[in-house]
Each structure stands twice: as structure tokens, then as C-alpha cells.
Ligand binder design. Sequence first.
Ligand code: FIX
Ligand code: ZN
Length: 416
Amino acid sequence: MNKTMDLQKTASAVFARTPVTDIHTHLFDPAMGPLLLWGIDELLTYHYLVAEVLRARPELGTKTFWAMPKAKQADLVWQELFVKRSPVSEACRGVLTVLKALGLDAPKEDLTKLRKYFRAQKLSSHVERVLQLAGVKCVYMTNDPLNPSEQAAWEKGFARSGRFLAALRLESAIKDWPQGAGALKALGYAVDSSLSGRTLREVRRYLNDWVRRMKARYLSTTLPPEWRYPDIHSSITNLLVKAVIPTARERGLPVALMIGVRKAVNPALGDAGDSVGLADLAALERLALGFSDVTFLVTVLARENLHGLCVAARKFKNIVPFGCWWFLNTTSFIGEITAMRLDLIGLSFIPQHSDSRVLEQLIYKWGHSRCVIAEALAQKYADLAHSAWPVTEANIRRDVAALFDGRLINQRTSIS
Ligand code: FIX
Ligand code: ZN
């Protein structure tokens, strides 16, 4: 076996044994009830597969599709993308990876047996089994107190699982101001439609109250490709700069910026209707320069922005690139992205997050990523060995832990 293959085997073995911190998902603590999606019908109606099934059946109206009960939508996805065609897409193959890991045969035709299996699962033990199969130590949720169903869960209260950490998601409060003003007022925050001093103080009170209540570990928002900084005319920039970042700074929390999404380009597709746009990362560089003691966890949606993000991270130590987001979370891109980051910023980034919306997706999103990331790492170790640098398994274990244990979320950054 050649050196690279040997190192590949070691890197894969080490990686397989290293439980990861998943820094961004749409999963919820099982104690939050139906907010946590799981099971075969949720897996098959994942918005990635909705987009794909509507392409397989262009004559089917989206209204007709959405009017179908979820089980019927899942049946249609299975028939069109798995029975009538080879399930070659990342999201299709992911369902098969999940079934195989759970020891389930992929049905030739209908989903009855699979539904029976999932119905028979006790959620708490199923969650533990999925986390174990996925090699995931803990996941960060996407928490939005202004979302009525989530608000009800927090109002009711629940015993927190240590495996589901909180992250305070901001768009519903700060995007397109004063769109969020009503919901904030309903929660008792005396904001008005202008971005007056009082409004900014009340938004900061909202942020502080809910960071405390959720024990949120970071604040996060998406930003559209046209986002600019500075931009005195932009409400989201003003709220970021005058409320979000000061709150993050005072609490020693990072701010996650997910840049480049164009929301609802095809509204009829629901969650599947968002698209991608090229962002101007000079805005991010100016923000990182202006707030050099605040850590920005950053992911981008346009492939063309990935290189610029690595260069920005070289200029500003308070920019921590993370993940292969959404349309970049495919085995064809993860390898390219990881190799680029290793080349340009060494081990000072967070290679992946799953963005799982359905519990069992953790198994495939991490399963597929581990193979490709281990390959990229092994190649670097082979390059080191070629340069007569001794690569030991202990070093590989140290490096993989640094990349995946979430420590970069809590890094402290000096002001200069
Ligand atoms: O904004 C986000 O958190 C995105 O990840 C989601 O809106 C998106 O729908 C998704 O789940 C991508 O994987
Ligand atoms: Zn997400």
C-alpha cells in the first residue's frame, strides 16, 4: 500500500473515531416535541428532494404537490427519484446511506415497512443511536424565539439535552426592519419602526434576554449577496453594527454570518425556493477590521466566494470560515473546499456543518463528508511525508480534534 493510501486509512480511522461538534443544524432538542423532524416521510420530503421531484415531474403543479398529504409527497419522491430513476443526487444517495446505517433494506416499491420501523422507534433511544451512528457529539440548533411554535416550547419550558446547544437566529428580528418590530413588541420590547436609540436598546435587551434564556453560544444571520458594510441606508447593517455585534462583544460570543443567499427566487417552492448570489467579501473584511475583537464564523453560498473567504481569513484572524453550505455540501465540492482551506489557512477553520433538518440526515451528511475530508487531509499528510516530515497517528488525532471539536467557536480574539 502506498504512503498516501496508508495515511488515508489512518486519517479515516481517526476521523471515524472522533465525535464531531456540528455547529449549524435545523434540528431541535427532542424535548421540544414536534419541532424535531425525523423518520422516512420527513427524510423524503426534505426540501432538497422536493426541488428534485418537481424537476422529475415538470407537468405537476407545485400547488398540487403541496396539497398532497406528506406521506403521499414521500411516496411520489420515492417512486420518481428512487424507483423510476437511479438516486444519484447527493440528497437521494443520502437517504440510502441512512437506511443502510440503520440496517434497513431500501424497498423496491412502497414505504409501508419503513414507516412501520420508524413508528416503532422510541425517540430518545433513536436520537442517541443516530448521534452515535453519525459520530456526532453535539449539534447546534437554529433557534428563533419569534417563531411562534418555537416560542411556545420555550414558554412551556423543557429539560435541556446537553447534546442540543442553542444558537440565536436573527433574521425574523433584524431583516427588512421594521418587519420584525411587531413580533418584538408582542414579546414586550418597546421598539418602534425607526431605528431610534430606544429601539436599538430594546433590540439589545431582546438579544440579551434570549441569549441568557437559551444559553445561546452564538448569534447568527444570513446576509444577501448585495449586503454591504458600511451602509448607512441598510437596516440590517445598522442593527448588526449597533445591536448585534455590541451584544456579542459584551457577552464574548461569536457572530455567525452566512452570506450569499437570495431568498425565495421561486416562492412556490417554499424552503426549496432560495438561490445563490455572488457576495462582495470586501464588506466582510471591513466589518472584521472594524470589530477586530469579535469572532465572525463565516460561510458562503457561492462557490466563487470560497477562495475570497480563505484570503479574507488570512487577513483577519477573527474570521473563521466554516462548513460547505447548502449547494456546496456535495461530495464533489467538499474535497475541493477542504483542500483549498488546508492550503491557505492550515487547520484554522471548521471544515463542515451538516445543516440537517431531519434527525437521521446527520448520518449521511457526516458520513459523506468524513470520506471526502479524510481524503483531503490524507493528501496533505502524504505531502508532508514526502517532505520528510514525520506524520504520526497521534498528530492526526490532535489535528482532527482541533478541526471538529468546536473550539474555534469559543476562540478569543485580541483587539489588534
Ligand atoms: O439559512 C439557513 O440556515 C440555510 O441553511 C437554510 O435556510 C437552508 O434551507 C438549508 O437548510 C440548507 O441546507
Ligand atoms: Zn441552515
